[in-house]
Design a protein around this ligand. Structure first.
Ligand SMILES: Cc1ncc(COP(=O)(O)O)c(C=O)c1O
Length: 350
C-alpha cells in the first residue's frame, strides 16, 4: 500500500533538537530482519500463483491486499490452516481438507469469530483456488481475520474476512529430514497455557510463542525447537507434533499438554496402529526425549521428519517405526494406499 502522498520525499525537522533531520522518503528495498543469521536451508520463500481467493472471489495475486489498520494485524486474532494438496493419478488431491476446515471453524468458535462461510463452502473454495493455480501439488493457506473498520479490543462489531492462498512449497524441515533427521533444542520459551492462549485453536497470535522459540533455536544452530508447557511436560514443536519411540511403542503428548490436535498426528496414529505398533498418548518429560529409541515430529508442512538429537543427545535416526510410518504417509497422501483413500479430497471430478 503506498505511503500517503504528503510523506513522499518529505523531510521532517525534529522539534526537540532543531538539528537532526528524519528522512521519511519511501524505502524502495525493504531490508530483511538482517541481524538474524539464517542459512539458506531455512528460507521458505513464497512463489506467487495467479490468484488468491478473497471473500468469495479470485483476485489477482498482487491485488490481494489489506489495509494497514486491519484489526487482526494489530491484535493477532486471526485463525488459519496449513493444508497440502498432493499430486495423484487423478489430479491434485487435498489431504483431509474437510478435517482442516472443521478445525478452522473450531478455532474461530474459540475466538468468538463467526465465519461468514460454512465448512462446505470453504471446502469448495479451497478446491476452486487449487484448481485455479493449475499446480499438481501445493501448500494451501486459508485465513480468517477481523477486517478493517474497527479498532480496539472489542471484536464484536468487527467484520470477518476470509482469504485462501496456494503456492508451491517444499519440505518445511528440509528435503532430507526423513533420512538425516533434524536437530532439536528444548526452548527457553514455555508453551501457552490453555487458560492464557488456547493452544488447540490455530490462531495467528499463538504463533508469537512459536516464532520466538523457532528463531531462538535457529540462532543457536538447531533446526527446530521443542516446547515444554507451564508444568514442564513436553508439549509439541513450534509447528509439529512429537512422537517418541520406546521399543515398539509410540508415545505422543496429549492435547492437555498444550499441543495442537494435529491432523498429521491423527493420520500417523492410524498408520502406526495399522502396522501393529502400540500408540499411547502420554505426558513426557524432557529426559524421555533424551533417552528415546527413536523420535519423529509431524505436521502438514514438515510431514514426517525424523529427529537425530535433542539438546545434543543423539537419538538413533531414522528409527524403524519412523522409517515405516514416513514411507506409508508419503504414499497415503498421494493416493497410493487404498485403505486411506478417504483422506483425499480431489480437486477435479473423477
Ligand atoms: C503448533 C503446531 N502443532 C502441530 C501442528 C501439526 O498440525 P497438522 O498436522 O494438523 O498440520 C502444527 C501445524 O499446523 C502446528 O502449527
Amino acid at each position: 500500500m503506498p505511503l500517503p502522498r504528503e510523506y513522499e520525499g518529505a523531510r521532517l525537522r525534529r522539534k526537540d533538537s532543531g538539528q537532526e533531520q528524519l528522512n521519511l522518503t519511501r524505502r524502495k528495498n525493504r531490508p530483511r530482519n538482517s541481524d538474524l543469521q539464517t542459512d539458506e536451508g531455512n528460507l521458505m520463500p513464497i512463489t506467487p500463483t495467479a490468484n488468491i481467493w478473497m471473500n468469495g472471489e479470485l483476485v489477482p495475486w498482487e491485488d490481494a491486499k489489506i489495509h494497514v489498520l486491519t484489526h487482526s494485524l494489530h491484535y493477532g486474532m486471526g485463525v488459519f490452516e496449513g493444508i497440502r494438496a498432493y499430486e495423484t493419478d487423478a489430479g491434485p488431491a487435498v489431504f483431509r481438507l474437510t478435517d482442516h476446515i472443521r478445525r478452522l471453524q473450531d478455532s474461530a468458535k474459540v475466538m468468538l469469530m463467526e465465519l461468514p462461510y460454512s465448512v462446505e463452502e470453504l471446502v469448495e473454495a479451497v478446491k476452486v483456488t487449487v484448481r485455479d493455480t493449475g499446480l499438481p501439488s501445493c501448500y494451501i493457506r486459508p485465513i480468517a481475520y477481523f477486517g478493517y473498520g474497527e479498532m480496539g479490543l472489542n471484536t464484536i462489531p468487527c467484520s470477518v474476512d476470509v482469504a485462501i492462498a496456494c503456492w508451491p512449497w517444499g519440505a518445511y524441515l528440509g528435503d532430507d529430514a526423513v533420512t538425516k533427521g533434524v536437530r532439536m533444542k528444548i526452548s527457553s520459551w514455555t508453551r501457552h497455557d490453555p487458560n492464557i492462549m488456547p493452544p488447540t485453536a490455530k490462531t495467528t497470535g499463538n504463533y508469537v510463542n512459536s516464532s520466538l522459540a523457532k528463531v531462538e533455536a535457529l540462532k543457536a544452530g538447531y533446526d527446530e525447537a521443542i516446547m515444554l508447557n507451564v508444568q514442564g511436560w513436553v508439549s509439541e514443536c513450534t509447528g509439529e507434533n512429537i512422537f517418541v519411540g520406546r521399543g515398539n511403542v509410540l508415545l505422543t503428548p496429549p492435547t492437555a499438554a498444550g499441543a495442537l490436535r494435529g491432523i498429521t498426528q491423527d493420520s500417523v496414529i492410524a498408520i502406526a496402529k495399522d502396522f501393529g505398533f502400540e500408540v499411547r498418548e502420554e505426558f513426557l518429560t524432557r529426559a524421555d526425549l533424551y533417552t528415546a529409541d527413536e523420535m519423529f515430529v509431524c505436521g502438514t508442512a514438515a510431514e514426517v521428519s525424523a529427529v537425530n538429537s535433542v539438546d545434543d543427545r543423539p537419538i538413533p535416526c531414522p528409527g524403524p517405526m519412523t522409517r515405516a510410518i514416513a514411507e506409508e504417509y508419503g504414499k497415503a497422501v498421494r493416493g497410493k494406499v487404498d485403505r486411506y483413500k478417504d483422506w483425499l479430497e480431489y480437486v477435479n471430478e473423477h
